[in-house]
Ligand binder design. Structure first.
Ligand code: AVJ
Length: 330
């Protein structure tokens, strides 16, 4: 643990270690030596990947960010009234744009006390913390630099003020069903009896709408997808040729999730220098880079139930593109 910033209102601590830097190496070693190659989506997000993702959020085809924001704007006051929350714990806080809406509602209700962002990006967390303490009088920020798959134990315990633990943006959809329920159960352990989980989930809809959101006309998502190859090249001394891979995105109706893949145009051999690994791709062979699950209310309720949680409130936008759920520990 390394205290990075300490001012009157801001404390930021890092829990990233050498073990975490091995995470990409381990995932590449496991994922590229399987019969069906796969790299987990968390490795998209270096500085360039995060920038590309921000651009995706503004694309006309990519509806989830706007839909979720519309729900938050319409419902934040109601959510705060219903929960009495004065603390927000946000898992994967990024630029804290959504937090601002919830913190604003807490300020209006007169309950606002503390914001606990958890994110892997130190720079994003620092910047957000300073902006928010300037904006909200008396706000305390307790930042945790880490990964919510590994560092939930460093989130401070719940106190006297009811809190909202938020996992927004549809991030939960990146996990396969079993892992998803495990993550939800772990997150549930952060909840006291009066606390609530606020979960953002993209909803099942016309596959054409979903597929367009993951294969935009401008090609930003394609570049975002290929970015994982740039990350592997740089971090592990690999020699992928990103332009030799086509961007694939399709809605799997049976599993109700979007898959993104990278398809090798030609047979090729990739060397991953740091791992002493040689990986062969056949012509047309695909590497899975992301699943993004789409939900129905029933599916969310089943996942909560299996994770020791229970649905308390369900909010959607008028077009039912996206949903926010409040859940309590059972
Ligand atoms: C950040 C995981 C919610 O799944 O929609 C956007 C990532 N991938 N376009 C999503 C993403 C392709 C996004 N999440």
């Amino acid at each position: 643990m390394r205290p990075l910033t300490r001012s009157a209102d801001i404390t930021i601590e890092s829990f990233l270690s050498e073990a975490d830097e091995r995470s990409l190496a381990n995932d590449v070693l496991d994922g590229l030596t399987r019969p069906f190659k796969e790299i987990p989506p968390k490795h998209f997000y270096d500085a360039r990947g995060s920038e590309l993702f921000e651009r995706i959020c503004e694309l006309p085809e990519y509806y989830p960010t706007r839909a979720e924001r519309a729900i938050l704007l319409a419902r934040a006051d109601g959510i705060v009234r219903r929960t009495g929350a004065g603390e927000l714990v946000e898992l994967g806080s990024g630029s804290a744009e959504k937090a601002r809406i919830l913190l604003g509602a807490m300020a209006r209700a007169g309950t606002l006390r503390r914001y606990v962002p958890l994110d892997v990006s130190e720079s994003a967390l620092e910047a957000a913390a300073h902006e928010l303490v300037d904006e909200f009088d008396g706000l305390e920020v307790r930042g945790v630099i880490g990964d919510f798959e590994r560092h939930l134990g460093h989130v401070p315990a719940t106190g006297n003020t009811p809190r909202i633990v938020a996992l927004l943006g549809g991030t939960i959809g990146n996990f396969l069903p079993g892992t998803r329920r495990r993550r939800l159960r772990e997150i549930g352990r952060l909840l006291g009896p009066r606390d609530r989980l606020l979960l953002g989930t993209d909803l099942v809809k016309d596959p054409a709408v979903i597929e367009a959101a993951y294969d935009d006309a401008e090609g930003v998502t394609a570049e975002f997808n290929r970015n994982v190859l740039h990350v592997i090249n740089r971090e592990l001394e690999a020699d992928f040729s990103p332009s030799g891979f086509d961007h694939i995105a399709f809605f799997d109706r049976r599993h109700e999730w979007v898959e993104m893949r990278l398809r090798s145009q030609r047979p090729c051999t990739v060397l991953v220098g740091d791992l002493g690994l040689r990986v062969d791709f056949a012509a047309g062979e695909e590497l899975r880079t992301e699943i993004s699950a789409k939900f129905t209310r029933a599916r969310v309720e089943e996942d909560f139930r299996a994770a020791g949680l229970t649905l308390d409130a369900w909010y959607t936008d008028p077009d039912e593109l996206f949903a926010l759920s409040l859940a309590a520990r059972r």
